[in-house]
Design a protein. Sequence first.
Lengths: 113, 118
Amino acid sequence: NAGVTQTPKFQVLKTGQSMTLQCAQDMNHEYMSWYRQDPGMGLRLIHYSVGAGITDQGEVPNGYNVSRSTTEDFPLRLLSAAPSQTSVYFCASRQSGQTYGYTFGSGTRLTVV
Amino acid sequence: AQTVTQSQPEMSVQEAETVTLSCTYDTSENNYYLFWYKQPPSRQMILVIRQEAYKQQNATENRFSVNFQKAAKSFSLKISDSQLGDTAMYFCAFMMTLSGAGSYQLTFGKGTKLSVIP
C-alpha cells in the first residue's frame, strides 16, 4: 500500500544508546519531515528535507541527526538517547506543489529509560 | 514565526449533537493553508479538512465544516451529527505557501481532546 512507513512502532532505549528511526515513502514525495509529539505540546518539527541531499533544522533539532540520500528514505538518528527524548515520533511527506497537506506515518513510540 | 493556538484542551459532546472546536493563529503572511487533523486512539494522523487563505468560501467535508475568518485569524471546526468514531484529538495546523527556509512545514496547535458521549 502506498504511504509513509515508519519502523519500529515501539522502542525502548537505555540512556546513552543510539538508534535510527526509519521512514520510507513510495509516493515520490519531495518534502519529508520529522515531528515529535509530547502530551500537551502538539507536534513539533525536528528536521525536514525538501529533496534528496537537502535537509534543515526545525523547532527542536538538538540531539537528532538526519540525512536524505534518496527521495524515498529519511532516517532520524538519535546519537545518545536521553530521557527527554521519550516521545512519539512522526514522519510525514508531501509532494511539492500539491496543497493537500502532509501524509503521516503511523508513528514510533520511543521510551528512554 | 507562525503560532497556532487551540484554547480548549478538552471538550465533550453528546452523540448526534454539534460541536465547534476553536483555533486562532498568528502570521504576517497573506498566502497560507490551514488544516484540521484528527488523531484517534490508533495514533494515526488523519487529514479532516483544509482551507486555502485566498478562498473566502468556507471548506466543508461531509459532517465537517470550518468557519474561516481571515481578518480575525480564526479557523474553527464544526462537527455536525457527532458520532462515537469522532472521539479523538484534533489538531489545527498552519502551512505557508511561500518558498524559503522553513516554509511548507506544518505548525501545529497543542490539540483539543474531543469525547463523544453516547
